[in-house]
Design a protein around this ligand. Structure first.
Ligand code: T5A
Length: 208
């Protein structure tokens, strides 16, 4: 059985990733493909427990950057090894709401952690495993946070200052410039139907 496609969605808060995942999933299913959607951090019972630790702000302790980085990779190790890799081998396409590029943007760009350390942990967790294609939905952080706020209570990341999200966005854009073959930059500020049309136009080029 042929290996499935591994597609990831990236972008800062409120960029529209969850919305576009449905568009991609419907497109691929329309082509007769088997599709599974997952999210990071999370996607398995253990990884979802780690997600709760990462997202919930708490008053009795504040998470240090190294803990955050290692928890992100612990959740990723669990999801990739116990779920994503076996499912790809079974021929499923996997669409993942965030993956390793989030760590580069948030922990590397946003938190300013040493990229050599991040690269070292990635090597342990992922080796050479990479997505086939990444959609980067780009939006002005103020605009994205407006959308996120409409959902109500803000999580630990969403409570960050706007400067943090500006660094995240800039890092994402740099990465897309460095690897245009694998990272497609999409303007997430456009009306929903335009964003979806741009995503589908890109999928059509994949010829699946
Ligand atoms: N994180 C994660 C790290 O720091 N490092 C890592 O390695 C990883 C994996 C995860 C947090 O963890 C951090 C990053 C995150 O802060 P999360 O809840 O998964 O937390 O957060 P997000 O992925 O940011 O989820 P959001 O829901 O905030 O963003 P989405 O999925 O991009 O946005 P979406 O699709 O839910 O849309 C938000 C709202 O905007 C509307 C939608 O209808 C919705 O109401 N919308 C549009 N409105 C107008 N025009 C458009 N084009 C629109 N598209 C969507």
């Amino acid at each position: 059985m042929s290996k499935g496609l591994f597609i990831t969605l990236e972008g800062s808060e409120g960029a529209g990733k969850s919305t576009q995942i449905e568009v991609i999933s419907n497109y691929l299913k329309g082509k007769g493909r088997k599709v599974i959607c997952v999210r990071e951090p999370g996607g398995t019972p253990i990884a979802e427990d780690i997600r709760a630790l990462l997202k919930n702000p708490r008053e009795d302790d504040s998470m240090c950057d190294t803990t955050e980085l290692l928890l992100m990779y612990a959740a990723r190790a669990q999801l990739v090894n116990s779920f994503i890799k076996p499912k790809l081998q079974e021929g499923f396409d996997i669409i993942c709401d965030r993956h390793d590029l989030s760590t580069v943007a948030y922990q590397g760009g946003g938190r300013g952690m040493d990229m050599n350390h991040i690269n070292a942990v990635r090597q342990i967790v992922l080796g050479n495993f990479r997505p086939d294609l990444t959609f980067l939905l780009d939006i002005d952080p103020e605009e994205g946070m407006k959308r996120a706020r409409q959902r109500g209570k803000l999580d630990r990341f969403e409570q960050s200052k706007i400067d943090f999200f500006i660094r995240v966005r800039n890092t994402y854009i740099e990465c897309a410039k460095e690897d245009p073959e694998h990272i497609v930059l999409i303007d997430g500020s456009l009306p929903l139907d335009k964003v979806s049309a741009n995503v589908i136009a890109c999928l059509e080029k994949l010829d699946v």
